[in-house]
Design a protein around this ligand. Structure first.
Ligand SMILES: [Cu+2]
Length: 125
């Protein structure tokens, strides 16, 4: 109980004085494939490949997709990318409108580390 109460203070201290170490992203390469090409409104398939610094596929992650348009006033579209082979995750998003989209890829690695990448899908027709 006492330890739990002290935790926020400790986090604040670490964040303030060592945030570069804490915030250093894991050494993971993230590659994408988007279909169809060229992109058009409707169901869009997004494949995400994760590899570690040695090029080994990273399985067992959770990958969530969040699509937003570049202009304000639209609800985001969401989808989960499922692992279809080790380190390869496939999800679909309904791109509900032509224009420029930004897809946020939220990745939770098996060890609990999180990272985020951004994919721009411009000129959806
Ligand atoms: Cu829009």
């Amino acid at each position: 109980m006492i330890a739990r109460k002290k935790l926020p203070l400790f986090c604040l201290f670490v964040f303030a004085f060592a945030c570069q170490k804490i915030a250093k992203p894991p050494d993971i390469a993230v590659q994408y494939e988007i279909a169809p090409q060229p992109p058009r409104a409707g169901t869009t398939t997004i494949d995400v490949r994760l590899t570690d610094k040695n090029g080994v596929p990273v399985g067992g992650a959770r990958v969530d997709l969040e699509g937003n348009m570049s202009h304000a006033g639209m609800a985001p579209v969401n989808g989960e990318a499922k692992e279809i082979e080790t380190g390869k995750y496939r999800g679909t998003l309904q791109l509900t409108m032509a224009g420029d989209w930004i897809v946020l890829v939220h990745i939770a690695l098996p060890d609990g580390q999180k990272l985020q990448r951004q994919i721009e899908i411009n000129g959806v027709r």
